[in-house]
Design a protein around this ligand. Structure first.
Ligand code: KIV
Ligand code: ZN
Length: 511
């Protein structure tokens, strides 16, 4: 048996700190379930002391998943650790992850503490956490800019106090692969009780080296990698889970280690995250980007046709990328619908699947192709009975190059469809058609959110292509993503905004 490298996923904590990547409770739970399917060993679910919302979502995730370990982050102070334990203790396998800065600049300017005081704090924090559980992780924040011998002392102290994982973060993305390798090796060689803990690394991507540093550390003896799906995270992000795992899988000669990851779930995981946060996977993204397996040059195409291995070091199938997209139509059977529900991150029992199956068939009779958004809307409406508060009933848009500014007339239907529906109409000018449409919708709904992101992608090819629009909005401390596909970009934009505003209403009600 080869040695195991544990995969610690922090998409829901460090990843969520990425601008525009905030997720609501439902979305976090769907992502956590996907991470469990992917086979990560530990899910870092959040920072429970940060807010009541963070606390609730860590607890909800801890409740929602099975055997996977669930970690909560906390500073090295008693009240943080207590709060963290309150949130994670409902998990089958809870972990307390406590951190304290160890670099001269952080100790002096952030903490106002001497190295001796930091040692005392680390010892006390880990001892306090260890009263609750034996699964305690200690992180030496800004470790890569810390004095190596001081780091040895901190690591020994934390292990003696009961930490079973010691994390060495490159908090500011400063270190270089050869240097980080030496640091980890130094710790492996000089920490007297290093055999009593797993050494972990957590690398940020400020210089584009997060994955390289993580891999260098694994070669030096680290056996836990802290990563995020698609590498999302603070500033330039964290080490990308799919890159670290596929580097280890593709180069077993360099990394003769096992992980618990089912690589076929890598692409579905990145796609799930992208759908949830409303950010498309960038075209050039390694492993999972739309272009990652596209061979454009004639020489490459010729080589790949003769033998794929001439230009492909791994296959799209191995990361779950080919033949995985289930298209729902009127001939889809219950098996396909069950799979689609799983892909969307919902778990329904047989009775609920029956209700959904009938609803999908009914819709497919009227509509040639049923999109993911349609299935999701049916799950919420027919299974969970959460009907949208308002729907797009009609719209007309004027766009010109002359004197008259672009304007839109929008008709929204509120309440129960049919006789009781309240139909409201408004018309607004805008800088362009989409602006006029959004202003009209805001005026009808009575909310003007901040538009954090608006993206349009061609889902199919040609000028009649389906446009996939994603919007992310924020209002009153709540954010929501809305998505829609339509052959008309402006209509897709209107539908996506209506979708986002409905989700925001639901999130506010939940709050
Ligand atoms: O980057 C960092 O140092 C962190 C720690 C809290 C682990 O995120
Ligand atoms: Zn971090």
């Amino acid at each position: 048996m080869s040695e195991r490298v544990y995969i610690f996923d922090t998409t829901l904590r460090d990843g969520e700190q990425s601008p525009g990547a905030t997720m609501n409770l439902d979305e976090k739970i769907r992502m956590a379930r996907q991470l469990e399917t992917l086979g990560v060993d530990i899910i870092e679910a959040g920072f429970p002391i940060a807010s009541q919302g963070d606390f609730e979502s860590v607890r909800a995730i801890a409740n929602a998943v099975g055997d996977v370990q669930v970690a909560g982050l906390c500073r090295s102070v008693v009240k943080d650790i207590d709060r963290c334990w309150e949130a994670v203790k409902v998990a089958k396998n809870p972990r307390i992850h406590t951190f304290l800065a160890t670099s001269p600049i952080h100790m002096e300017h952030k903490l106002g503490k001497t190295p001796e005081q930091v040692l005392v704090m680390a010892d006390a924090a880990v001892r306090h956490a260890a009263q609750y559980t034996t699964n305690v992780e200690f992180s030496a924040e800004d470790a890569s800019r810390s004095d190596w011998d001081f780091l040895v002392k901190v690591t020994e102290t934390a292990i003696s106090a009961g930490a079973t994982t010691i994390n060495i973060p490159d908090t500011v993305g400063y270190t270089q692969p050869h240097e980080f390798h030496e640091l980890i090796k130094y710790l492996m060689d000089n920490v007297s009780n290093v055999d009593k803990a797993v050494i972990s690394v957590h690398c940020h991507n400020d210089l584009g080296l997060a994955v390289a540093n993580t891999l260098a550390a694994i070669r030096a003896g680290a056996r836990q990698a802290e990563v995020t799906v698609s590498g999302i995270g603070e500033r330039a992000g964290n080490a990308a889970l799919e890159e670290v795992v596929m580097a280890m899988n593709t180069r077993k000669d360099q990394y003769p280690y096992e992980t618990g990851i089912n690589t076929h779930e890598l692409f579905p995981s990145c796609r799930r995250l992208s759908q949830i946060i409303g950010q498309p996977i960038p075209p050039y993204k390694a492993i999972v980007g739309p272009n990652a397996f596209a061979h454009e040059s004639g020489v490459h195409q010729d080589g790949v046709i003769k033998n794929r291995l001439t230009y492909e070091i791994m296959t799209p199938e191995s990361i779950g990328r080919a033949g995985n997209e289930i298209v729902i139509g009127k001939h889809s059977g219950s098996h396909a619908i069950r799979k689609k529900v799983e892909q969307l991150g919902y778990s329904l029992d047989d009775a609920q699947l029956g209700v959904l199956f009938n609803a999908v068939k009914e819709l497919a009779d009227k509509k040639e192709q049923v999109f993911d958004e349609d299935v999701e809307a049916l799950i919420l409406e027919k299974v969970f009975r959460r009907r949208d508060k308002f729907r797009l009933a009609d719209m007309s848009v004027f766009s010109g190059a002359g004197e008259v500014p672009p304007h839109a007339a929008m008709v929204l239907e509120f309440g129960e469809p049919g006789v009781d529906a309240d139909v409201r109409t408004v018309s607004e000018f805008g800088e362009g058609c989409v602006d006029a449409v959004f202003k009209s919708i805001y005026s009808l709904v009575g909310v003007t959110p901040r538009l954090v992101r608006y993206s349009v992608n061609a889902v199919t090819e040609g000028s009649d292509a389906l446009a996939g629009v994603a919007v992310r909005i924020e209002h009153d401390g709540v954010s929501a993503v809305g998505r829609a596909n339509d052959a008309d970009v402006v209509k897709a934009s209107a539908l996506a905004m209506v979708n986002a505003l409905n989700r925001m209403e639901k999130a506010k009600e939940e709050r």
